[in-house]
Design a protein around this ligand. Structure first.
Ligand SMILES: Cc1cc2nc3c(=O)[nH]c(=O)nc-3n(C[C@H](O)[C@H](O)[C@H](O)COP(=O)(O)OP(=O)(O)OC[C@H]3O[C@@H](n4cnc5c(N)ncnc54)[C@H](O)[C@@H]3O)c2cc1C
Length: 1001
């Protein structure tokens, strides 16, 4: 009693109880298994007859209560092995601190029910409990055995408590059918001996097609009819149900025996068919309460087997070859259900919209054709009451010919629904192994094993589709409930579950993935590629309109040009191998060389080539890691380079970008790469022999001279330098600046851009000329600095301001021809324009890696910096931004691969905006966590990084340069109060400067 009043714990109780038992029996009593037996199903299982009686009592509008002498379980919950929902009031001794036969217990219950003792009947098996109830004036029934007790209760209440036919109830008002006309029809069908009153009940389920129990004389029948009202197309086809059941019965599939199909709507208002009533058990709750784990397993196994039997029916022998279309079942189903959904749509449900797009794109590629049930689930299977034998499979409304896996997936829906799901209770919150129920995966494997097939890979697609279908059915029920024709009282409520199930469907779609991404690895040819679609002449070009579309009708030409590979793992085996070798080379040779190369760069020898670089170049060449930049498009025969696509090179270039010294070591540095490509594309054989070969061999370097101080050179039509033909030679006069590489002593070639004809159309005035650097008249005025840094060789060979005065160049040095400078520029600045961006991804990765290493090792305020939320946010932000930029780089590269440089211009422009600013932000964050440190190597690395950034984004890198220098030298270049750019200086720089000032003071 103490235990039941929760005055002692389970442990204390067992100890005390054991002691007493041993004392009384004078022998040791082991109590180990007592508690588990007490709480096991064997002892605590509710009696079905009682459960049924409770349902009937409540159906009459009476109240029910349970008075339980129970206790707390070790998990802190009270032990009540009953469905609480069956009772209006639950009184538990351990919660109340009183237990039967204490009168307070009964009074409490009556109070909560709001009833008098004389209005109540109390059932119990223990005399003292009954006595206490009787003394309060409550009617009592002693329960010797449940059946007799229920009979006694029936007498007291005056109405039956046992349903003659399980799962039935009186016919609902809206579902009534004309009895007289039906009786007449039945007598005609069954013969004259079928006389007597016609008993009509309605089955609980049959949400879609109302289903009735009929007793007429000795006949017990089931009638299934179409619902009344306007119906969705092709739904509720009872005629087909009749046909398939008849055929399957002959093929040995357990189905109820069908008797008659009546298509004459005059009889009961709609077509219907009749079958024999088949007594058996329907398990509505998939957790199969009241059964042992082994029985549950047997039930699921039997269900699985019968499904295999349905799917193994010989269509021809069963006469079902024309029962549905052959092949493409899922595709058709997807369309049918989309249509059904649209027909019953009441508002926009976002996951449904996503599924409507996703499903048709992810259809299974191979499908079998068998009979499919279409709604195969546990509560559509009738079992033998005592064994796990399947007596009949019911509800064939959605049956057809189709992909059997759709049935298998459908029969696993309950596995993913919660037990509280109103339409169909599920198992998602149950411990399946404890219950003995196979998981969805086990169930699926079991099926494959029986059928002798291999498990499919796109199981999640089938699940997504199944849930989409359920969502659509629920939506249909919902819509019908709005018009008052739903065959279930819960119609309105179920309809609202559309969104819930559609979300489940979308979860499976996400698990299945997106084919467009899954199929990206280069090992498979690209099936969807970006390409231009011819614009109809009549359509004007809309500014900012996207020029590239994803299309499935890519031409084979595009397919052969390359794939959009998102990660190095997706590269083709030879390129992946190249990528791996490049990475190894970086790790073995390049990173370890950085300190020495940095030292060289700041030493007095900075304008002479580093011997270490020359040595590493030879090594790289020997290992085949050389001239990787030349796109296969430019060099299809791989005469000069590695023959990579732009996308492939992007991955390799990214690796090179992680070290500022790497590009030169692999002969992949600007501006040589652009010049070499120019020569490969447009150079004559002589020009190639003279300039290209030494450049390809890494023996010479080159520069590109376009920008001029006196004109805005971002608009190259402004370029004023003149190229004039005189006495069989071209004479050049002009002033150029920012000419990268010109200060390198190895620079032998200058690709010069200037005007040959100032009177020609705007884009035909400029030409490109190959100028040997040893030609007289070339005067380098000064090396330019980017905020004090000269970019000595190793990075970009310095940037020079140069005068060209009466420089004479042979006529054969003209590239492609006079006036064709723009044409060439467009070609030259294709891939070359985004190599910087590709490298910037690598730079940023390196900065982020440095940042991460730094924040892990640096302690501030008692913990590593990495534990600071803002630092974590910075790291996360950097990761996100790098990934975004990388995707855009790859996209631009891919468009170049499949469509060419011109169509890729927009993408190139975009990434030129995105990559440098991203690199600045990522680098800045890395600088932020390194500011209070004397680790100059790291800082130098960051400092140097800005030099390379300057190629693409001079303005933003100026800020980083300033910051870096402040940190290393303490000398801020432009005190804010005097600086005209003040408004644009980020706050962090101003703060840094102020801090510095304070320190100095
Ligand atoms: C480190 C470094 C290396 C370089 N290497 C070389 C080299 O090797 N060879 C070479 O020839 N040049 C080189 N340059 C020069 C570079 O190509 C030019 O700076 C660039 O083309 C811009 O020309 P500009 O300096 O005359 O600027 P301007 O043309 O005067 O432009 C000034 C600003 O106005 C903006 N602008 C221009 N037009 C528009 C518009 N329509 N709308 C909005 N904004 C606009 C520009 O983006 C820029 O921000 C290098 C520059 C740097 C910093």
């Amino acid at each position: 009693m103490k235990f039941m009043r929760a005055e002692i714990t389970t442990e204390d109780f067992l100890q005390e109880f054991g002691r007493l038992c041993s004392e009384i029996s004078k022998t040791s009593v082991p109590l180990d298994s007592f508690f588990s037996l007490l709480t096991s199903e064997r002892v605590a299982k509710p009696f079905p007859v009682m459960t049924e009686a409770i349902t009937q009592i409540r159906a009459k509008g009476l109240q029910t209560a349970v008075l339980s002498n129970n206790f707390y379980l070790p998990n802190g919950k009270s032990f009540l092995p009953l469905d609480r929902k069956q009772f209006d009031v639950v009184v538990e001794s351990c919660l109340e601190g009183v237990c039967k036969p204490d009168a307070r217990m009964y009074k409490l219950c009556l109070e909560r029910l709001g009833r008098q003792p004389s209005e109540s009947i109390f059932l119990d098996d223990l005399g003292p409990n009954l006595k206490a109830a009787a003394s309060l004036g409550i009617h009592t029934i002693k329960v010797h055995d449940p059946e007799t007790a229920v009979k006694e209760l029936e007498t007291l209440l005056g109405f039956p408590l046992r349903m003659a036919v399980p799962n039935t109830r009186p016919v609902r008002k809206t579902m009534e059918i004309p009895k007289d006309s039906l009786e007449k029809h039945l007598k005609g069908l069954l013969g004259t001996q079928a006389t007597g009153p016609l008993e009509l009940l309605q089955f609980d389920h049959g949400q879609s097609n109302p289903t009735y129990y009929i007793r007429l004389a000795k006949h017990q029948l089931v009638l299934r009819k179409k619902p009344p009202g306007t119906l969705l197309p092709s739904a509720h086809a009872v005629e087909r149900e009749f046909r398939i059941m008849k055929a399957l019965a002959n093929a040995g599939v357990p189905v109820p025996k069908v008797l008659d199909l009546c298509e004459d709507s005059r009889v009961i208002g709609t077509p219907f068919y009749l079958m024999e009533y088949c007594p058996g058990l329907i398990y509505k709750d998939p957790s199969l309460p009241g059964l042992e784990p082994s029985q549950r397993r047997a039930i699921y196994t039997a269900m699985n087997r019968v499904l295999c039997k349905i799917h193994s029916v010989d269509l021809k022998a069963a006469g079902l070859e024309d029962y549905g279309k052959h092949g493409d079942y899922v595709a058709r189903q997807v369309q049918t259900w989309i249509k059904q959904y649209r027909a019953s749509e009441t508002s926009t449900i976002p996951p449904m919209e996503r599924l409507i797009k996703w499903l048709p794109l992810h259809l299974p590629r191979q499908q079998q054709t068998t009979v499919v049930h279409g709604d195969f689930r546990l509560d559509n299977v009738l079992f033998h009451p005592e064994t796990a034998e399947v007596l009949a499979v019911l509800d064939w409304e959605l049956s057809t010919l189709g992909d059997p896996l759709a049935d298998v997936a459908h029969s696993c829906l309950a596995h993913y629904l919660p037990s509280s799901f109103p339409v169909q209770p599920g198992l998602s919150d149950s411990d399946l192994s404890e219950l003995g129920i196979p998981t969805a995966e086990e169930y699926f494997r079991m099926y494959c094993l029986h059928m002798g097939i291999r498990p499919t890979e796109n199981w999640n697609f089938y699940m997504a589709f199944s849930f989409f279908r359920i969502a659509t059915i629920l939506q249909g029920v919902y819509k019908r409930s709005l018009t008052g024709h739903a065959s279930s009282a819960t119609g309105e409520q179920t309809g609202k579950l559309t969104e819930f199930t559609s979300n489940l469907a979308w979860d499976f779609a996400v698990k299945e993935g997106f084919r467009v991404f899954k199929e990206m690895p280069a090992t498979k040819p690209l099936t969807r590629s970006h390409h231009t679609r011819a614009r109809p002449q009549s359509l004007p070009r809309t500014p900012g309109m996207r020029s590239y579309v994803t299309s499935t009708d890519s031409s084979p030409a595009h397919v052969s040009k390359g794939a959009l590979v998102f990660s190095p793992e997706g590269l083709s085996p030879p390129v992946r191998e190249l990528y791996q070798r490049l990475k190894q080379f970086m790790e073995r040779h390049v990173y370890p060389a950085e300190p020495e190369l940095q030292h060289h760069q700041t030493s007095a020898e900075k304008w002479t080539p580093s011997p270490l670089v020359e040595d590493l170049k030879e090594k790289a060449k020997a290992e085949g890691l050389w001239n990787l930049f030349l796109p296969v498009e430019t060099d299809p025969e791989k005469k000069y380079g590695a023959g990579l696509t732009n996308v492939e090179y992007a991955h390799l270039c990214e690796v090179m970008g992680t070290s500022l010294y790497a590009p030169e070591i692999f002969n992949c540095s600007a501006p040589d790469t652009g010049n070499m490509e120019l020569l490969v594309r447009y150079g004559t054989e002589e020009q190639k022999a003279r300039w290209l070969i030494p450049l390809l061999e890494g023996k010479a370097r080159s520069c590109f001279a376009m920008t001029e101080p006196q004109v805005a050179s971002s608009d190259a039509t402004n370029i004023e330098s003149s190229i004039q033909e005189e006495d069989g030679v071209y004479v050049i006069n002009g002033h150029k600046w920012w000419i990268s590489g010109i200060l390198d002593p190895r620079c032998q070639l200058c690709v010069f851009m200037g005007k040959t004809d100032p009177h020609a159309p705007r884009h035909q005035q400029q030409s490109m000329l190959l100028v040997p650097m040893d030609t007289p008249g070339i005067k380098i005025i000064r090396p330019l600095t980017v905020y004090g840094l000269e970019d000595a060789p190793g990075l970009s060979g310095g940037h020079g301001e140069v005068l060209f005065e009466q420089v004479c160049v042979p006529k054969e040095n003209m590239v492609l021809g006079p006036g064709r400078g723009f044409e060439i520029a467009q070609g030259r600045l294709g891939p070359g324009r985004i190599h910087h961006c590709m490298r910037l991804i690598g730079y940023s990765e390196r900065a982020l890696a440095l940042m991460k290493a730094r924040v892990k090792s640096r302690m501030a305020f008692g913990k590593p910096l990495v534990e600071q939320g803002t630092v974590q946010a910075d790291i996360a932000q950097s990761r996100v931004e790098i990934e975004q930029a990388q995707l855009l780089v790859l996209k631009a590269a891919h468009v170049m691969d499949v469509a060419g440089n011109k169509p890729a211009a927009l993408g190139i422009a975009m990434i030129k905006m995105v990559a440098p600013s991203m690199a600045c932000r990522v680098t800045d964050r890395a600088v932020q966590v390194s500011t209070d440190d004397g680790s100059l190597i790291r800082l130098n690395h960051l400092q140097q990084m800005q030099n390379s950034l300057s190629f693409s984004c001079p303005t933003s890198c100026k800020l980083i340069a300033a910051l870096c220098r402040t940190l290393t030298t303490g000398d801020f270049p432009f005190p804010p109060q005097k600086n005209p750019m003040r408004g644009s200086i980020p706050t962090f720089i101003l703060n840094m400067w102020k801090q510095k000032q304070r320190k100095v003071k």
